[in-house]
Design a binder for this molecule. Structure first.
Ligand SMILES: N[C@@H](CCC(=O)N[C@@H](CS)C(=O)NCC(=O)O)C(=O)O
Length: 305
C-alpha cells in the first residue's frame, strides 16, 4: 500500500507554502498534485467530500484537510524531525498568522492588484467568503490595513531583535513557516508592492533564512494517479471513542464537519475517531472508494449528520 505523501496544492497558494516550508524543515519527500485555483475542483472534492480549500494532504486513503491537521499528522509520522513548536504554541500562533495577519495581507494584496484580477476569480472568492469582492472598497481599506500589517511585522522584528536565527531560537519551526508564508505571498502576488518590509531589517534577514530552507524533495503527480492510489488503499485510521467529548460524539455517528470561517461547505460522514485536536470521518465516493477524511477541531464545527 502506498504511503507516499501526496500534497494537493497550487503554486501561489499561501497555506501550501506554509506546508512546503514544513516539508523543507523536516526533509520530507512528497508528491505535488496541482489543483485548480477556483471551482470546480472535481478531482479534489471527490477525495474530501466537498472541502474545496487548499492545501489537502493524502496518504493512501487518508485525506487531511487544513494545514493545521496536515502539520499535526506530519509531526506524528516523522517524530525524529519533530518541530520545536509543532503542536503547542506554534499551533496556537497559527490562529494569529492564518486569520489576523492573513486577512490584513489579503486586503492589502487584492486592494493593490484588484483591477488585474479575473472576474471569474472574484466571483469564486465571493462564493467562498459570502462577501462581495469589491476592488474599490478593498483599495480604500489598503491604508488602514497597511498599518495593521506593519504592526504585526513589528512584532516579528522585536522577536528577532536579539539576533536569533529563527523566531523561537536556533531551529526553525511551525511559527517560522506560518509567519513566513504571509510575506512570501505578499511578495509573490504583488511584486511591485512597495516598501512595506524595507524598514524591518531583521525580518528581511530571517525571511531569506527561511526561504533557503527550501521545500524538501518534491515530485509531481497527476490527479488521476492520486485518485487511483486512494481507490487501491485502505485507511489506517481506527475507531476510538474519546470519553471527554463534550457533546457525546461516538464512533459510528453520522456527522457533518465544516470550517467556521470561509469555505464552509459541510462534509458528511460517519465518525471514526475524535479528540480535542482532531476528528476523522469515513465516507465513500464512486471514484475514490472508501476514504477517511481528517480535520482539526480548532476552527471547525461538528454538527449532527
Ligand atoms: N485554514 C485553512 C485555510 C486554507 C485556505 O484558505 N486556502 C486558500 C488558498 S491558500 C484557499 O483554499 N482558497 C480558495 C481556493 O483555493 O479555492 C488551512 O490552514 O489550510
Amino acid at each position: 500500500m502506498s504511503d507516499k505523501i501526496i500534497f494537493h496544492q497550487y503554486e501561489i497558494s499561501p497555506f501550501s507554502e506554509k506546508v512546503r516550508i514544513i516539508f523543507g524543515i523536516k526533509g520530507i519527500e512528497w508528491h505535488a498534485v496541482d489543483q485548480p485555483v477556483i471551482m470546480p475542483k472535481p478531482d479534489l472534492v471527490c477525495l474530501t467530500g466537498g472541502y474545496r480549500k487548499i492545501p489537502v494532504m493524502q496518504i493512501g486513503a487518508d485525506i487531511y484537510c487544513d494545514s493545521q491537521i496536515i502539520v499535526r499528522e506530519l509531526e506524528r509520522r516523522f517524530p525524529t524531525t519533530a518541530l520545536p513548536d509543532g503542536n503547542g504554541l506554534g499551533a496556537a500562533l497559527g490562529f494569529w498568522t492564518d486569520r489576523e495577519v492573513f486577512q490584513a495581507n489579503v486586503a492589502i494584496t487584492f486592494g493593490s492588484i484588484g483591477e488585474h484580477v479575473d472576474e471569474s476569480f472574484k466571483k469564486d472568492r465571493e462564493a467562498l467568503s459570502g462577501r462581495s469582492f469589491n476592488t474599490d472598497e478593498m483599495k480604500q481599506a489598503v491604508p488602514i490595513m497597511l498599518e495593521q500589517m506593519r504592526a504585526h511585522l513589528a512584532m516579528l522584528e522585536s522577536q528577532l531583535a536579539d539576533g536569533r536565527k529563527f523566531l523561537l531560537g536556533d531551529k526553525p519551526g511551525l511559527t517560522d513557516a506560518s509567519a513566513y508564508y504571509n510575506i512570501w505571498f505578499a511578495r509573490a502576488a504583488n511584486p511591485d508592492g512597495g516598501d512595506l518590509f524595507d524598514s524591518f531589517k531583521a525580518v528581511q534577514a530571517w525571511e531569506l533564512r527561511v526561504r533557503n530552507i527550501g521545500h524538501g524533495t518534491r515530485h509531481e503527480m497527476s490527479t488521476e494517479d492520486a485518485i487511483a492510489i486512494a481507490k487501491d488503499a485502505t485507511s489506517t485510521a481506527y475507531e476510538q471513542e474519546d470519553p471527554h467529548e463534550p457533546n457525546g460524539l461516538k464512533p459510528g455517528m453520522a456527522v457533518q464537519v465544516m470550517a467556521d470561517d470561509y469555505g464552509r461547505d459541510p462534509i458528511a460522514g460517519t465518525l471514526v475517531s475524535s479528540s480535542a485536536s482532531q476528528i476523522a470521518i469515513r465516507r465513500s465516493d464512486d471514484r475514490v472508494g472508501e476514504v477517511v477524511v481528517h480535520f482539526p477541531r480548532a476552527g471547525f464545527w461538528v454538527l449532527p449528520g
